[in-house]
Design a protein around this ligand. Structure first.
Ligand code: DGT
Ligand code: CA
Ligand code: CA
Length: 363
């Protein structure tokens, strides 16, 4: 069945938000930076507006290097304000979610959507829907974005990146193969430095060449699964679904202990089934957590919590157990009273679909 899939990506997001807050910045190179605080210039560029990119400034570049590139220019360096970008991102995503059939946010500034039904499979209609989406985002937030429309996620994502900023690229099913053919292999999702090097050594430089090579030949270098994925995707074929994000933002479980206690083993033993249940909920909902909290309700009914951020999102049982133990250790040693109830909350949940689906080919 022919689908109509879109990918939306906000242009130079953090820097554009700063421009909106202060329009006089627009004509200058603007760099949003993560200052590490060691000295004035230590840290990295998170993102830069297109003016700054003209001078070779890129995300992830050390601030000192960016300063060299911009020597003599009136460049503006702004500390990153993640909270501000998150609020704006949430408003935009909430709106877009309402305007499409299926919606899957995959980052602070990007999302996939499915408009097969609402466009009635018609790419002209899809174009109008996407234009209206862009116009709405611009009128409510004065932010530009780039949108790509195609028959699947792979084509849609490459299309949104194709003409930036403020782009709208429509690739019909019949045009997909031709659209991809001249592009470099690195443009394909999943072709990182390692894969790209193998491909290039085999004389495969463009997606056209990748699509023309047989899965059997590719399987000499890659797993069968990856070989088939690369071959099909380069030909504009991929059947990954848009997996709607859950609206759940946190999950928690709490138990009244059999007796008031502050003994770690006792608390952990009674928590164990709850933690397992929490983990199976995460798995079944396709969610990963980035933050975890131990909750203790003491005998005087006061509530005590200890919280931690996890470096990379997970739903791994072992991590969960380790964190629960460490947090309760902290909690128990910070109070004098026994615990009456004990609970665990995971929050900052993200959808693991993007990581488990597309990357399943890459293992
Ligand atoms: P674009 O989409 O090419 O117009 O530009 P951006 O800045 O929107 O780039 P994108 O979509 O890759 O990333 C979205 C945001 O994520 C970006 O505004 C800042 C942040 N970001 C991206 N790369 C890095 C990085 O290497 N380091 C840090 N700290 N933040 C980054
Ligand atoms: Ca972006
Ligand atoms: Ca992005």
């Amino acid at each position: 069945m022919n689908r109509v899939i879109g990918h939306l990506d906000l242009d130079y997001f953090y820097a554009q938000v700063e421009e909106v807050g202060k329009p006089s910045l627009k004509d200058s190179p603007v760099l949003v930076c993560v200052f590490s605080g060691r000295n004035e210039d230590s840290g990295v560029v998170s993102t830069a507006n297109y003016k700054a990119r003209e001078y070779g400034v890129r995300s992830g570049m050390p601030i000192s290097q960016a300063k060299k590139k911009l020597l003599g220019r009136e460049a503006i360096f702004i500390p990153m304000d993640h909270h501000k970008y998150e609020i704006i991102s949430e408003r935009i995503m909430k709106q877009v979610r309402q305007d499409v059939d299926l919606f899957e946010q995959t980052g602070i500034d990007e999302a996939f959507f499915d408009i097969t039904k609402s466009s009635e499979h018609d790419y002209d209609r899809a174009k109008s829907i996407a234009s209206a989406m862009k116009a709405r985002i611009f009128s409510s937030e004065t932010l530009t974005c780039s949108v790509g429309i195609g028959p699947n996620k792979i084509v849609a994502k490459i299309a949104s990146d194709f003409s930036k900023p403020d782009g709208l690229t429509i690739v019909t099913p019949t045009n997909s193969k031709r659209f991809l053919a001249s592009l470099e292999v690195e443009r394909l999702y999943g072709v990182g430095p390692k894969t790209s090097e193998i491909l290039r050594r085999a004389g495969i430089n463009t997606l056209g060449e990748l699509g023309a090579s047989s899965p059997e030949d590719l399987a000499e270098h890659f797993s069968r699964k990856l070989a088939v994925y690369l071959h099909d995707a380069a030909n504009g074929e991929n059947d990954e679904m848009v997996v709607p994000n859950s609206d759940i933002t946190q999950l928690s479980r709490i138990v009244t202990l059999k007796r008031d206690t502050r003994e770690m083993d006792e608390i952990l033993r009674q928590l164990s089934p709850l933690v397992q249940d929490l983990q199976s909920r995460l798995i079944s909902k396709n969610l990963l957590f980035k933050s975890i909290t131990a909750i203790g309700i003491l005998t005087d009914l006061s509530i005590k919590t200890k919280n931690r951020k996890i470096e990379s999102p997970t739903n791994d049982q072992m991590t969960l157990d380790v964190q629960v133990r460490a947090l309760f250790q902290e909690l128990v040693s910070s109070v004098d009273l026994d615990l009456r109830r004990a609970g665990v909350r995971v929050a900052d949940l993200i959808n693991s679909a993007d990581q488990t689906s597309l990357t399943q080919y890459l293992q």
